[in-house]
Design a protein around this ligand. Sequence first.
Ligand code: ZN
Length: 314
Amino acid sequence: MGQYHSMTTRLYSHSIYLQHLTPDGHPERPDRLRAIERVLEDEAFQYLDRCEAPDGDEASILLAHPEEHRERVRQCIPHEGLARVDADTTASPLSWQAALTAIGAANAAVDDVFSRDVDNVFVAARPPGHHAEKDKAMGFCFFNTAAIAARHAQKKHGAERVAIVDWDVHHGNGTQDIFWDDPSVLYCSTHQMPLYPGTGAKDETGAGNIVNAPLSANADGHQFREAFRSRVLTALDDFRPDLIIISAGFDAHHRDPLAEINLTEDDFDWATAQLMERAGKFADNRLVSLLEGGYDLHGLAFSVAAHVRRLMNG
Ligand SMILES: [Zn+2]
């Protein structure tokens, strides 16, 4: 662990993220954020610039989704109790506000790195976003926060090339869907395959801007790093992004109950360092990391700690 800090790292969180409720026994639960909050209380994170996430605006949703999708999600929000949105996605009365505030934080994070307020940002929000397709809420996700943030960077800050790197153990079908024919956004994903949602084969390449690096069940850090190096990093070097957004899921951790990849905290630390190096080289350090999955509370908390420590220490 570095004993100095060389980067300014902001953390966005908000109590509304705890108010998006899911059924008992559901892996995507408020305790995930409580575990992250606890681990970031450590003295090692005293220089983290902690901010309350701002409200998102509903118009931003339209950067990545048609209005019909936004209104369909709005209709799903119950006045009380839980409402089922798809087989494994549910909404509670404050889910709309939580999802909107996740978007608010992601867009603010983009503003922060473009204004040079901070070097990089970690957004500890839920619900996650990378399974949300243009027209479809699924896989615990309503709106694709990473995709919205990428388009926000292009629209508001004139970013020409945005890279989204997704190391969640599940393929980000939603992000791939949204940018399928948009070469101004590079989407790179490492994920277990076969696994939910079933997409993410190497031959799914979009307009040449989609780079999938599927891993077999039981792959470990060695295989992950090899795939990351040979597919993701080489694509980033060719693309030369103005901004890197990480869809940071931590469910490829060996303790995670939803998948069979065996990464450790060190692997997330390594991948973070690799992306920071590219952000330094191409994007004036601009890097925004958005929490996606990660369902074992210890695996999640320790992985986030390693990730954020690296973001802070460079
Ligand atoms: Zn996942």
